[in-house]
Design a protein around this ligand. Sequence first.
Ligand code: DAH
Length: 340
Amino acid sequence: MEQDTQAIVLEAEAEAQTAADSRALYEVKMKFLGRTGKVTALLKGMRDVAAELRPAFGKKVNELRETLESKFAALEEKMKKKEMAAKLSGEQVDITMPGRRRKQGTLHPVTRVRNELIDIFAGMGFEIYEGPEIESDYYNFTALNTPADHPARDMQDTFYLGDGLLLRTQTSAGQIRVMENKQPPIKILSPGRVFRSDDDATHSPMFHQMEGLVVDKHITLCDLQGMLDEFARTMFSQNSKTRLRPSYFPFTEPSVEVDVSCASCGGKGCPLCKGTGWIEVLGAGMVNRRVLENCGIDPDEYTGFAFGMGIERIAMLKYGINNIKLLTENDVRFLEQFKD
Ligand code: DAH
C-alpha cells in the first residue's frame, strides 16, 4: 500500500509536469482527484478491503488525497502566476513610443480670404447679405442698367438657364435685392459664388466675389477710397496704397478700377506687377442714378458707392498663387501650406 501511494504521487507529479496551462493541469488533477479519478477509485475500493485493515487503508488513502490536493494547489498557484506574467508582458505598452498623429485640416485659402474680408468690412459697420446663385436676368443685368441690347452684356459670358433665369455672373445682383427692400442708410457686404463661361489660368467657370454697397446722404468717392485704403492695408501690407483709374461699368457713374500698390516690390516695379508697381484688384464706382431709380431710391436725395472684387484673385495676390486651378483641385499638398 505504501508503495502504491508513493507510485501514485510520483505519477501525478510527472503528469502535472507536462501540463502546459491551468486547463491541462486541471485535467491532470481530475485524473487523480476527480469523481472518476484514481484516488477516488481507491476510496471506493475500500469495501473490498478486509475489515481489520480498513482503518489503516482509509487513513493512507486520505493522506494520499491530502498530499495530492496540496501539491496540485501549489502547482495551480505557480501556473496562475506564470500565466498572469505572460499576459502582462504580452499586453505591455511602451509609453515612450511616439503617439499616432491625427491629420488636421486647414481652412481653404478662399475661405480664409472671405473671412478676412468680412472681418475688415464688418469692422466698418457692414452687414452681410447673401443673394441667390440662380438669378433672374432682371436682377443680374436689366436692373443694373444693362438691358438686353446693352453692349456691356458681352463683358460677361453668361450661363443662361432659360425662362429668364441664369447663373448669376456677379454678386452685384444682390445690390438690387437689398435696395428694393430697404431705404438708405444701406451698408452691405455680399459674398458669394458667381458663374461665367470662362476658363484659363486666371479664370474659372465658378469663382467667388465680394460685393460692397453703401447708400446714404452725401456719400462720395472719397468715402469709397478711404474704406478701400483701410481694406488694402489690412489685407496686404501696412504700407499699401490704392489708386483709382477711370473705367466703365453700366451700374456705376463714374466707374473706377482700383489698383493696390504691389506688396511684392513695394511699388518699385517687379514681374508680379509687370513693372508698373500697381496691381488691379477690384471694380467700383458711384451707384448710377438709374440703378437707384430702378429700386425706388431718390437719386437727388441719396448717393452711394459700390465695389466688387474676386476673392480668388485676392487670394492669388496675397499668397502668390499663379494658377486659379490650384484653388479647386483640392490637392492636400497645396492646401496644407495655408496653416496658421
Ligand atoms: N460686378 C463687376 C464684375 O463682376 C464688379 C463691380 C464693378 C462691382 C463695379 C461693383 C462695381 O459693385 O461698382 O466685374
